[in-house]
Write a protein that binds this ligand. Structure first.
Ligand code: FPP
Length: 255
């Protein structure tokens, strides 16, 4: 079985793990509770959460992480009160208006994955512009998952693949795992090595459900606005203690 360090599938090839995760995927949870604990509006938690995003981007860049994927807004987050949804959208717009130059100076390549058709045109233009302006950078691939859901992704990949290859509808037995991979929204990245969820909940919540098949899952109690370089270091330290077997036995790994 060949090993792989490029994008692919952990159920088809065995990646070569290193001490520092190549790809870190994070559910940034706990903004609301951070604020409520301080008798502040939930929106204050999101503002502080944005500062944590900056700290984590910097820390991951310094530690040599190649891909950082952040779950900013799930397909289910539209169910929140409209004022909070509007606030998050405005925060997203302001971030794109003000932070892209700084990100670019840090060598960050920005991408946004998710069903962007639901966003207002101005936000979509800003996203396109930021993606285009940072496309030559390669120090850190930063992906924001917005209006994203893992089930949405699998469905859109399947639909796109079948639209391109209608003959497969007649012979679904010919559909193989590797054929779907290029159509997934995160096709450009290797699967995450490390998943982090802050805020104390131990759930994947429809985030990258295809790609997390062999990812190490790290849950911590800190609310996202309190997260930073020290907490990233703790997560990496824990990651180094994990034995990543990808279906093999311990004896095979150590023999
Ligand atoms: C989860 O906390 C956080 C969100 C749904 C929004 C994430 C947004 C940010 C970190 C700031 C903006 C980021 C960008 C990239 C512009 P929660 O509100 O679910 O917290 P709770 O579980 O305590 O209620």
């Amino acid at each position: 079985m060949p090993s792989s360090t490029t994008p692919g599938s952990s159920t088809l090839t065995i990646p070569t793990p290193g001490d520092i995760p190549r790809h870190v995927a994070i559910i940034m949870d706990g903004n609301g509770r951070w604020a409520t604990k301080r008798y502040l509006p939930r929106t204050a938690g999101h503002i502080r959460g944005l500062q944590a995003v900056r700290r984590v981007v910097e820390a991951c860049g310094k530690r040599g992480v190649e891909y950082l994927t952040l779950f900013a807004f799930s397909s289910e987050n539209w169910r929140r009160p409209p004022e909070e949804v509007n606030f998050l959208m405005r925060l997203f717009v302001q971030t794109l208006e003000k932070q892209v130059d700084k990100l670019s100076e840090q060598g960050v390549r920005l991408r946004v994955v998710g069903d962007l058709s639901a966003f207002e045109p101005h936000l979509r233009e800003l996203i396109d512009d930021a993606v285009a302006r940072t496309r030559h950078n390669s120090a850190l691939h930063l992906t924001i998952a917005a209006n994203y859901g893992g089930r949405w992704d699998i469905l859109q990949a399947l639909r796109t693949m079948l639209a391109k290859h209608p003959e497969l509808s007649q012979h679904p037995e010919n559909i193989e795992e590797a054929m779907l991979l290029p159509y997934l929204a995160m096709a450009f990245a290797p699967e995450p090595d490390l998943f982090i969820r802050t805020g104390g909940e131990q759930r994947i919540s429809n985030f990258m459900i295809w790609q997390l098949a062999y990812t190490e899952l790290y849950f911590c109690e800190d609310f996202w606005p309190d997260f930073g370089a020290r907490q990233i270091e703790a997560a990496f330290e824990w990651y180094r203690t994990r034995e990543r077997r990808f279906g093999r036995t311990s004896a095979q790994l150590n023999g």
